[in-house]
Design a protein around this ligand. Structure first.
Ligand code: GLU
Length: 487
């Protein structure tokens, strides 16, 4: 382990930040922070057709939301920039010329149609589709002919025959037979470098000590090793972590549900819960603990334990964890976080009495597994939003429900001027008079007072709503409840 490792996260801004990529970013960041190293953010924006500034901004915003901060990169600078690949084209060009001079690459004039035909033929012959080297040994005259016809060459790396070996810090010794690879393009005919070429040059020039990325890049690493050799660069160490899988054990994708950090943000997950879940997903550090603060995760983090086997993403588990974080969150901060969700639910947040609201949030937080849940429950605290749900009506149609409500009503009527502790008094009196307990006792009251069958503790609801409001609701429930069956 070098004294101070340098690692990087290198997203291509061609879409929103996928949870799998967020996990890669997180592992790199944890590794850097654990060893007091440097975390670099590099934007791999060479795919001009699919890249967009909008996605770059969204990725940066999501990383910031997760508190994954970088030491070098966009908005930060550093000694090894620029940190956008598209601003480094001159650098790649110089290394291309070096490889041309060393005769490790050659110009390829094949058109897309020709390449497609070759591919189709190989598949038809049940052979592995790869470039068979048509332009590898073109004579100078042939090359000239193509150039005169106006064909712009791509540049291919001449792979040769060898066994490519490297040690992966998570997976151990890896070996690839170059025969299966085929000469690959390092610079396209439009002069833009291919991913494998740009990444090797950047990782080398940015003095990246450890490349930590998903195992879907393993075969790229084999190609990259060839380029390290050809360029006479010392390669970094590699660690390929497992990927996130859906419940059916296939790679997590849209058809499994939400897959981008943005989607989870919008659903009301807390960054702390999300980080906690992503850090421990598929890994075995922290002694099997499931709720673990970031400082502890950072301290315990080791690459070997982080994601050797495929990690199954379970949104319900994430929700459960989110609920725990919500329950323990600083109430003032929680109110702030809930603001957009209340606005979304149609409330004029600014005009609400904040002390009263803080009591509501305090009462609600035990029931929430995501911030957006506020929208499901908050209505019950507003008389103009209160409504008897279908389930509440059915429950109020059960035997004895009306008896309970009438008693509640009478007790509340009598409790004029003394509402403090009234909840305990109401429950005790109804229990005494009816002999009912448990569900039979509490559910009619909950249904009538909140209009729902689930929600915060009733005593808290009583304290927040106050006597007038509860009386009005009990009256409404008595008037509106479905008639008992058979009557
Ligand atoms: N831009 C590449 C990607 O998003 C980076 C892969 C790597 O870490 O080398 O997949």
């Amino acid at each position: 382990m070098p004294e101070k490792p340098r690692v990087r996260f290198a997203p291509s801004p061609t879409g929103e930040l996928h949870v799998g990529n967020a996990r890669t970013a997180l592992f790199n960041w944890l590794f850097a922070r654990h060893y007091g190293g440097t975390f670099i953010l590099r934007i791999e924006d060479t795919d001009r057709e699919r890249t967009s500034k909008k996605f770059e901004d969204a990725i940066i915003d999501d990383l910031t939301w997760l508190s994954i901060d970088w030491d070098e990169g966009p908005e930060k600078d550093g000694a090894f920039g620029p940190y956008h690949q598209f601003e480094r084209l001159d650098i790649y060009r110089d290394y291309l010329h070096e490889l041309i001079a060393k005769e490790r690459v050659y110009p390829c004039y094949c058109t897309d149609e020709e390449l497609e035909e070759e591919r189709a033929n190989l598949i038809a012959m049940r052979r592995m589709p790869r470039y068979m080297g048509k332009c590898r040994n073109l004579s100078a005259i042939r090359r000239k002919e193509f150039e005169t016809k106006g064909r712009k060459p791509a540049y291919r790396f001449n792979v040769g025959k060898e066994i490519i070996e490297f040690k992966d810090l998570i997976r151990g010794n890896m070996s690839f037979d170059s025969e299966s690879i085929g000469d690959f393009i390092i610079v396209r005919s439009n002069g833009i470098p291919a991913y494998n070429f740009a990444v090797v040059i950047d990782d080398y020039l940015m003095k990246v000590s450890h490349v930590i990325r998903g195992e879907d890049h393993l075969s790229n690493t084999a190609l990259q090793m060839l380029l390290y050799q050809a360029l006479e660069f010392t390669p970094p160490l590699f660690a390929h972590h497992s990927l996130i899988l859906g419940k059916d054990r296939s790679k997590l994708s849209k058809r499994h549900g939400s897959v981008t950090v943005r989607e989870f943000r919008e659903k009301g997950f807390l960054p702390e819960a999300f980080l906690n879940y992503m850090s421990l997903l598929g890994s075995s550090f922290s002694g099997g603990k499931e709720v673990c603060p970031m400082e502890e995760i950072m301290q315990d983090f080791t690459l070997e334990r982080a994601g050797k086997s495929g990690a199954i993403f379970d949104e319900h588990k994430l929700q459960w964890l989110n609920g725990i974080y919500i329950r323990n969150y600083d109430p003032g901060k929680l109110m702030e976080l809930l603001k957009p969700f209340m606005i979304e639910a149609g409330y004029d947040y600014e005009s609400l009495d904040k002390t009263w609201l803080s009591h509501i949030v305090e009462a609600l937080r035990d029931n929430m597994t995501s911030l957006s849940d506020v929208g499901n429950y908050i209505d019950m605290f507003f008389d103009d939003r209160y409504e008897l749900s279908h389930d509440a009506r059915s429950l109020l149609a059960e035997d004895e429900a009306m008896e309970v409500l009438h008693l509640v009503r009478d007790i509340l009527e009598r409790s004029k001027g003394n509402f403090k502790d009234v909840y305990d008094g109401v429950i005790a009196a109804v229990r005494r008079e009816t002999g009912l307990k448990g569900r039979k006792l509490f559910m009619p009251i909950r249904a009538a007072v909140t209009g729902k069958l689930t929600g915060p503790e009733l005593d808290r609801i009583f304290a927040i709503l106050g006597r007038e409001s509860i009386l009005k609701r009990v009256d409404t429930a008595i008037q509106n409840a479905e008639p008992r069956s058979g009557t």
